[in-house]
Each structure stands twice: as structure tokens, then as C-alpha cells.
Ligand binder design. Structure first.
Ligand SMILES: [Fe+2]
Ligand SMILES: [Fe+2]
Length: 435
């Protein structure tokens, strides 16, 4: 299907003019895709800022009540003193007016092999709970971005709202869902893998650019950024033979491999105030379910055993709604993780990968149990990708509900209980239940 397209006929000068030096890699990558139509559509979408950070996003590696990690992808690693300037009142981007500042440290990563863009992170610490902070980020050489804001978690037993979805990609369905997600005023978003479907390949890196841009446009409503808590999916990894996690998953690990205290890791856990613990797992994409990860899971569940609401999020479901129940990653998870989920009374399992909607009955010991006696598993990851058809699938013995509907979850936690609802791509609530 090879055919000439407009891109390949451009002179180098014209090409640089069209894309800017920064867009060069993305443009080249697009010209290697199969269809001329696709090339045109993609290249018209990808424009990156000429000053300020190329990407700005928030993660947690410490207590979300008093800390925030501001991640910056800057144009080069020679950025001069990359900084975040911040304050509890808006300063309209006037750098000198912000009363607090934090230096962003450079992390060398394989992202620098793309077009020398480099990752930095400012670890903001000692923040006030439940407070909105306004900030600008960047450096003297390449400039600062416009003012953005974030809100720390309230702490204690104050209500918390978070979102969950997975299997996003960067198409129109992802845009629709992100728009409704942006309207939820959520404290954070839990993404269960398969983010932009780049498969750890430089060829498709441009989709990461688009993925971050969609969040800026749709999720971070009014400039307030929603922090991301992520798990890895199969589409974050390549098939390169290596034990190095960064080689196997160069972009995911670069962007999201530091959501923990201590060395880089693909699994991590977080506590959001008194009542919510969240354990993020790798369902066998870089690290096997068994062994070290299962031991770590038990240690975390033990640590959080007195926390009221315990969540685990991971890519491949223990209770798949579309794929076979006896698929090997699901079997491995039920063998190595399920006994621990049961032993410590996991409240909710956040599952993905199957590209459908489902909610299970309460389950324990791989059986349906009475309400309040087991774990409810919700999923299965259609936060942007096309849902699979479920019309000819009989209702699984473990499912309360299932359908081929794209959606994301809104989870409200307060001291009296949990309320969970699913929102579809038209903004319509398709499920609601309480625990
Ligand atoms: Fe997926
Ligand atoms: Fe997947």
C-alpha cells in the first residue's frame, strides 16, 4: 500500500519550517505510517509549544495530602535551572511574584534518544492539605509555561473523589470521555494501563505527545491539573529482549516509573487520607505476578490492613468480561494475588484490558458471596478505545452486569461508605452502586 504523500515531497528546509525543529521526530514518524490520509491527519494535530515545557503532568511518590510531584518534559537537558514557582494565590504567571519555588531535577532517560527532550521533576513538599496551589514551570533558557494549578488531597476522613479508567488511546472516543472526566472535579485519576498504545516503540512516540495534549485540553479543566496514578498495560511494552525495564518500556517507565519512594518501580502503593489505600500492580507485562511482586503485595496489604477502603488497580482482569476466564494472565493473577486479596479483604479491584464494561458480584474464594463479604471487581478498560461487542456473550457467573460500553468510573469515598458510578461517552450514568 506504499504511496507518495505530501510529507515526503517536502524539502528539508520546508520540513523544518512546517514542523519546527522539535516536531521533526514526530513528523518523520508520521511519514512512515501506512496511509497518506493518516499521515496528514496526524501531522496536522501535533504541534508542540516553542517555549516552556513540552509536557507538564502531576504524579505522587509521597503523601498526596502534603506533597506533589510536578513532572516536566523540557526541550533539552541543558535547561538552565529548571524550576517550579508556586503560591496559594494566582500570580498570573509573574515569576517573581510567586512566594515559593522548587528546583526540578533532571532524570536521564531513553526519551532523550527521541529528539533530546528530557525529563525533570520538582518534588514539592510541606504543602497544606486540601489547598489549591498555582504554579508556573520551566527554565530560563526555554521559557516558562502558562500558570496552572493543582489541589492537594484534603486528608483525614474528608471526602475524596477519584476517577478510574484504562485503555485510552488518542482517538475521538478518548476525547469525549476525557471531556466528561474533566467535569468531575476529581482529586486524581487512576489509569489501569494501555495509555496511548505506543507499544514502547519510537515509531509511535507522537501518540504520547497527543495523549498529554488531550489531557491539557480536556481533563485539566480551568487549568487545574488532575494528578495521574498509573499501572502498566501490555501496550506500554515492546518485545525487545532485555531485563532492563526501561528498554522494554522506554516511555512508560520514563514518564511513570517513579511513582514510589526509593528506586524506580513498576508497582507502587499510595494512601489518600485515612480511609483509602491503593495498590498499583503489573499484571505480568514487565514483572511476573508471582515471586517478588506477590511478596510485595502481601507486605503492602499488611501495612494497609486497618484502612477502611482497599483498592488494587492493574491491567489484566482476574475476572475478565470478554476474554477467556482461563487466559494465562488471569489465571496467574487468581493464583498469586486472589488469596491475598481475600485474606486482607480487598474492597474493590479496578480491572482493565478487555475493552468492555462490567461489575462483578461480591466474590471471595472464587465464589459469589453475600454483599459486604467479598471483593467487587469493576472494569474492564474502555476509556477511549472502541468497546468490544458483548451482545452474544452470556452473563458470566461472577458478573452482576456487563456490556460493550465505553466508560470511566467515578469513585466517591467518605467515612460512611463508597459510591461508584460509571459514565459513558455521552456523559450518561450507566451504573451506580454503593459499598
Ligand atoms: Fe487495551
Ligand atoms: Fe491491554
Amino acid at each position: 500500500m506504499a504511496s507518495k504523500d505530501k510529507g515526503t515531497s517536502l524539502s528539508r528546509r520546508g520540513f523544518m519550517k512546517t514542523t519546527g525543529a522539535l516536531g521533526a521526530g514526530a513528523f518523520l514518524s508520521q511519514n512512515l505510517t501506512s496511509s497518506p490520509k493518516t499521515v496528514e491527519a496526524q501531522s496536522s494535530r501535533i504541534r508542540e509549544p516553542r517555549t516552556g515545557p513540552l509536557q507538564t503532568y502531576l504524579t505522587f511518590s509521597d503523601d498526596p495530602v502534603t506533597t506533589m510531584d510536578v513532572n516536566l518534559c523540557l526541550q533539552r537537558k541543558d535547561a538552565e535551572s529548571a524550576m517550579v514557582y508556586y503560591d496559594t494565590v494566582s500570580r498570573g504567571g509573574d515569576k517573581d511574584a510567586y512566594t515559593m519555588s522548587c528546583k526540578a531535577e533532571h532524570y536521564q532517560s531513553l526519551l532523550e534518544l527521541w529528539d533530546r527532550r528530557s525529563l525533570f521533576r520538582a518534588d514539592l513538599r510541606g504543602l497544606k492539605p486540601g489547598t489549591t496551589y498555582y504554579f508556573i514551570a520551566g527554565d530560563e533558557k526555554y521559557g516558562f509555561g502558562e500558570e496552572r494549578s493543582f489541589r492537594t488531597l484534603p486528608g483525614g476522613d474528608a471526602p475524596v473523589r477519584f476517577l478510574n479508567g484504562g485503555d485510552m488511546n488518542v482517538g475521538p472516543r478518548a476525547e469525549k470521555l476525557l471531556q466528561y472526566a474533566g467535569q468531575q472535579d476529581a482529586d486524581f485519576l487512576v489509569i489501569g494501563g494501555d495509555l496511548p498504545y505506543v507499544n514502547g516503540l519510537y515509531f509511535d512516540y507522537w501518540k504520547w505527545i497527543k495523549w498529554f495534549q488531550l489531557q491539557d485540553k480536556l481533563l485539566h479543566t480551568g487549568g487545574r491539573m488532575v494528578p495521574l496514578v498509573t499501572a502498566i498495560g501490555n501496550h506500554e511494552t515492546n518485545s525487545f529482549a532485555s531485563d532492563d525495564l526501561f528498554m522494554r518500556s522506554p516511555f512508560y517507565m520514563t514518564y511513570f516509573g517513579r511513582q514510589n519512594q526509593g528506586p524506580e518501580s513498576v508497582y507502587h502503593s499510595h494512601k489518600f487520607g485515612d480511609n483509602i489505600a491503593l495498590i498499583m500492580l503489573d499484571s505480568g507485562h514487565l514483572i511476573p505476578h508471582a515471586g517478588e511482586q506477590a511478596q510485595w503485595l502481601e507486605q503492602e496489604l499488611e501495612k494497609y490492613k486497618d484502612v477502611k477502603y482497599k483498592f488494587a488497580a492493574y491491567h489484566v482482569p482476574l475476572y475478565p468480561a470478554y476474554r477467556p476466564f482461563d487466559g494465562s494472565p488471569s489465571v496467574a493473577a487468581r493464583e498469586h494475588w486472589l488469596p491475598l486479596f481475600d485474606k486482607y479483604g480487598l474492597t474493590v479491584g479496578l480491572e482493565h484490558h478487555d475493552h468492555v464494561f462490567k461489575r462483578t458480584k461480591p466474590l471471595k474464594g472464587n465464589q459469589v458471596v453475600a454483599e459486604g463479604e467479598g471483593t467487587v471487581y469493576i472494569g474492564d478498560g474502555t476509556f477511549g478505545v472502541d468497546p468490544r461487542k458483548m451482545d452474544d456473550k452470556p452473563l458470566h457467573w461472577y458478573n452482576e452486569k456487563q456490556s460493550g460500553t465505553a466508560h470511566f468510573w467515578v469513585i466517591d469515598a467518605n467515612k460512611d461508605g463508597l459510591e461508584l458510578k460509571a459514565i459513558d461517552e455521552n456523559g450518561v450514568e450507566i451504573d451506580r452502586f454503593s459499598l
